[in-house]
Design a protein around this ligand. Structure first.
Ligand code: GLU
Ligand code: ZN
Length: 319
């Protein structure tokens, strides 16, 4: 039996300098791929035109270079056969693919404003997630009206009221009921912008990605994406969701945590020191000692990764 070639990817949004949390995801995905002689793709997730900047994409590349994390495909130079590798230039591909989803009959046009959606959301959502209340959902399925993309309505996808279960490499078996946890979700906004969920599934499928490594804030998204993979008839990749790195105050790292952004980290540490810190945070090294990425890859396996089961790594003062 020939073993399927591993294809991993790092898919940053070029909305700022990388911080230690982004580096953690990049290193872990790279290690997983390199330890099994796979292919690593750098995809630029610049769907948000207001926040994305080409210079941030180039800085991300410079930081990856500096860390010694090489990619085989993608990046701003669009190396490889599955391009373009920037989402802002993949609109034609998304337009084809959304037609396939629409053909299943499970989408409908939604004309809700943000205020409508806020007014009908479930009251218990404290983490900022908004569950769509179903204002525009047709009463019967699947006899939906046709929707042409690019019109004034958003394209919203019906979700079934049942559990979607998958096994995450680090978080184990996870199960989500999309109807309860996010509601029908948007594939394309009324202004024509493509939604992350559609773009990421189409891209990972078309680029032949076999494993997705990223932060555990996207565990629910994995369930949404598995549902979309099914509707599009694509094989589902493996998922490994990583704990989120929090600063000393227990808050998740964001672009505001300037001291843990790469420009500051590069002033304070060498590349091998940062790789060593990440190896230590992943439980691959007993102490944060300097280490080259190749050295970590040589001994890497997911079984050796030891991370906190509550999904949070709190940095102590040292870093
Ligand atoms: N672009 C997303 C981010 O930077 C990552 C999405 C993914 O890995 O699926 O958070
Ligand atoms: Zn609506």
């Amino acid at each position: 039996m020939t073993e399927q070639r591993i294809v991993g990817r790092f898919a940053p949004s070029p909305t700022g300098r990388m911080h230690l949390g982004n580096v953690f995801a990049a290193v872990m995905s790279w290690l997983s791929v390199r330890s099994r002689r796979g292919r690593w793709i750098l995809r630029i997730e610049d769907l948000d035109p207001q926040r994305s900047r080409p210079e941030y994409a180039r800085m991300i590349e410079d930081d990856l270079d500096w860390l010694g994390l090489d990619w085989d495909e993608g990046g701003t130079e669009d190396r490889g056969a599955c391009g373009p590798y920037s989402q802002s230039r993949r609109g034609d591909i998304y337009a084809d693919m959304i037609e396939r989803v629409i053909a299943t009959g499970y989408t409908y046009p939604c004309t809700c404003t943000r205020a409508d959606i806020m007014a009908t959301q479930a009251p218990h959502q404290s983490d900022g997630r908004v569950i769509y209340g179903g204002r525009c959902r047709p009463l019967s399925l699947p006899a939906f009206p046709d929707v042409k993309t690019g019109t004034k309505a958003a394209t919203r996808l019906y979700v079934p009221d049942r559990q979607i279960t998958f096994t995450d490499r680090l978080f184990g078996e996870r199960s989500f009921n999309l109807a309860a946890e996010c509601g029908d979700f948007i594939l394309r906004r009324a202004d024509g912008a493509w939604a992350y969920q559609l773009a990421v599934v189409v891209d990972d499928a078309m680029m032949g990605v076999t494993e997705v490594v990223r932060g555990c804030d996207l565990l629910l998204s994995a369930a949404q994406q598995i549902y979309l993979y099914g509707l599009l008839g694509f094989p589902v990749p493996d998922f490994a969701h990583l704990p989120l790195i929090c600063n000393g105050e227990g808050r998740r790292l964001s672009k505001r945590d300037a001291s843990l952004a790469m420009d500051q980290l590069r002033k304070k540490y060498s590349a091998s020191e940062i790789i060593g810190i990440v190896g230590y945070l992943a439980g691959l090294l007993p102490v944060p000692e300097p280490c080259r990425p190749e050295e970590l890859a040589a001994a890497f396996s997911w079984e050796r990764v030891k991370v906190p089961s509550d999904g949070v790594i709190v940095l102590d003062g040292g870093i």
